[in-house]
Design a protein around this ligand. Structure first.
Ligand SMILES: Cc1cc2nc3c(=O)[nH]c(=O)nc-3n(C[C@H](O)[C@H](O)[C@H](O)COP(=O)(O)OP(=O)(O)OC[C@H]3O[C@@H](n4cnc5c(N)ncnc54)[C@H](O)[C@@H]3O)c2cc1C
Ligand SMILES: NC(=O)c1ccc[n+]([C@@H]2O[C@H](COP(=O)([O-])OP(=O)(O)OC[C@H]3O[C@@H](n4cnc5c(N)ncnc54)[C@H](O)[C@@H]3O)[C@@H](O)[C@H]2O)c1
Length: 479
């Protein structure tokens, strides 16, 4: 880079799915962009999170589903081929080679700068390259922090000697531990328990809360725990980890819980949440605290800065999901483009082009377990806590939905719809059961579109599909 080649309209720090989306959109709008990446272009999502976990889960879920269809069950005769699953995963993560994604960044006309980016005052980013050189970039319009998050670790005795797994080894290991303890029963914990149990590990899943998936409707965690238990996972809730011991480097780990029980395993995996990757990105140079989640407004501009600094994706802690971060990137790109053109930004109109309104009321999430759990919007408990006058409708899918029973014999699943009684529009919907994942977007559209119950009756689900759950929910609302 020579002359003013270090000056760009926009600098994006972090090339995960969110940084890439922002770069793509502002570039398409005619701005120049530098994308700074210190590790692999594509981020955690592409190599150690969404993509490898789903590549590993799909074979496990496919086999489990076949085992629940009379007649098909007889065709499932052996264990899952772990090497085949690892090969599938490696294909999806391009064997941790980011050439394809790096070329894509270049193909959109962005400049990829390899190295660790740190703010150096407003609109300046110093990049320490792999050769230990420092390149200083300046941004005419905006800097976007898209640095993502890291697995959180608890402070318990013995953690260093136990060399625990996180989502990284949990998604890139090509050997199956005979015994695996997973601490944390959120989405990462339940998905990786499903995957590794399916691949042959004896898994014990531990959570300190009363139930798994504590952020979803209670029946989600309960049905997922049932599915895991049926598959052979030992599920322990309301337990706290006291210590780990791995006296011999290659030997087993002893996990001690607060109820006094001890469990010997070959590996321990932590899935207890995330911490923001903001500790070493120069936040202190712009008067922001280092190491914290970045507080943004609904346009994704960092509060306390004057409109040049954006934080998108996991780092802003609005919704730690790839699709939601990419939505934020689309909104922020519009804000950046309009600011750069000297046009006004309308931050006051919900659902407008500059406001990430869905983050507040319509975040969809699918947890890929067996059964699957899919939810969007508020839970009943959240709606009540926020002061809504609401009606809750529950449907037992196995008992009431013909399409569900044709999908799996002895189908077990449940749905819940939370309705705002003042507007008769939906506040939240949850589906749990085999094959429900693709139903979720219908609920997202109903919530975002603010479609009243009366109109939903005109959205006719095909017979005999699991979507007929919608009819049962509407009938339940009338009764
Ligand atoms: C096991 C697992 C499974 C998941 N499954 C799903 C799923 O199915 N669906 C879903 O929606 N979400 C899923 N998530 C969440 C999803 O992975 C995150 O929400 C998503 O990766 C966030 O994207 P991001 O771009 O903000 O961050 P990341 O994907 O973490 O990317 C951040 C990038 O920034 C780079 N970086 C960091 N600091 C610097 C720096 N100082 N300088 C330069 N570069 C830097 C990093 O190297 C990285 O490449 C999963 C998470 C886990 C752990
Ligand atoms: N399919 C998906 O959409 C998907 C999959 C994986 C992860 N993610 C996202 O990634 C983020 C991280 O997921 P996660 O599951 O790591 O975090 P999480 O915060 O969603 O869940 C953490 C779980 O660990 C438990 N926990 C916390 N501390 C504990 C302790 N000391 N001992 C025992 N249990 C403890 C909590 O009760 C909770 O159940 C989430 O926001 C999640 O939505 C999404």
């Amino acid at each position: 880079m020579a002359g003013n080649a270090h000056e760009f309209d926009v600098i994006v720090i972090g090339s995960g799915p969110i940084g890439q989306t922002l770069a793509d959109k502002v570039r398409a709008g005619g701005l120049t962009v530098a994308v700074v990446e210190r590790e692999l272009v594509g981020g955690e999502c592409s190599y150690w999170a969404c993509i490898p976990s789903k590549a590993m889960l799909r074979p496990v879920i496919a086999v489990t589903e076949a085992q629940h269809v009379d007649g098909a069950r007889a065709a499932v005769t052996g264990p899952i081929d772990a090497d085949g699953v690892f090969a599938r995963r490696d294909r999806y993560v391009t064997s941790l080679d980011d050439t394809g994604q790096a070329n894509w960044v270049k193909s959109i006309g962005a400049t990829l700068v390899r190295g660790h980016g740190r703010l150096e005052g407003p609109r300046r980013v110093a990049v320490t390259t792999p050769d230990d050189e420092v390149v200083v970039l300046t941004a005419r319009h905006a800097v976007a922090i898209c640095t993502g998050s890291l697995a959180a670790m608890p402070d318990v005795p013995g953690i260093a000697e136990a060399r625990p797994w996180t989502n990284r080894r949990g998604t890139d290991s090509s050997s199956v531990p005979a015994r695996l303890a997973i601490v944390g029963g959120g989405p990462v914990g339940v998905e990786l328990a499903t995957a590794w149990n399916g691949l042959g590990s004896a898994v014990i899943l531990l959570d300190r809360e009363q139930r798994l998936l504590p952020r979803m409707e209670p029946f989600a965690g309960e049905l997922v725990a049932e599915g895991l238990t049926e598959a052979g996972v030992t599920v322990r809730t309301e337990v706290t980890l006291e210590s780990l011991r791995r006296p011999v480097a290659d030997g087993p780990v002893t996990v001690t819980l607060d109820d006094g029980s001890k469990h010997e395993v070959d590996e321990v995996l932590f899935a207890i949440g995330r911490t923001p990757l903001t500790g070493d990105i120069g936040l202190e140079t712009v008067d922001l605290p280092a190491g914290s989640w970045l507080d943004v407004d609904d346009t994704c501009r960092v509060r306390g800065t004057d409109g040049w600094l954006f934080a998108l994706g996991d780092v802003n802690h609005r919704a730690l999901l790839t699709h939601q971060g990419k939505y934020q990137a689309r909104i922020a790109a519009q804000v950046i483009l309009d600011q750069a053109a000297g046009e006004s930004v309308d931050e006051a109109t919900p659902w407008g082009v500059h406001v990430a309104s869905a983050d507040r009321s319509a975040v969809p999430q699918v947890v890929f377990t067996s059964p699957e759990a899919a939810a969007v919007g508020r839970t009943a408990e959240e709606a009540v806590a926020e002061g809504y006058r609401c009606k809750v409708v529950d449907v037992d899918l196995g008992a009431k939905v013909a399409g569900a029973n044709l999908y799996a014999d002895g189908y077990r699943g449940q749905a819940r719809m939370v309705v705002d009684e003042d507007t008769r529009c939906l506040l939240g919907v949850t589906f749990v059961g085999p094959g429900v994942t693709e139903l979720l977007h219908s609920a997202t559209i109903a919530i975002v579109g603010q479609i009243p119950i009366e109109r939903l009756w005109h959205a006719v689900p095909s017979f005999p599909t699991i979507s007929e759950t919608w009819l049962r929910l509407l009938e339940g609302y009338q009764n």
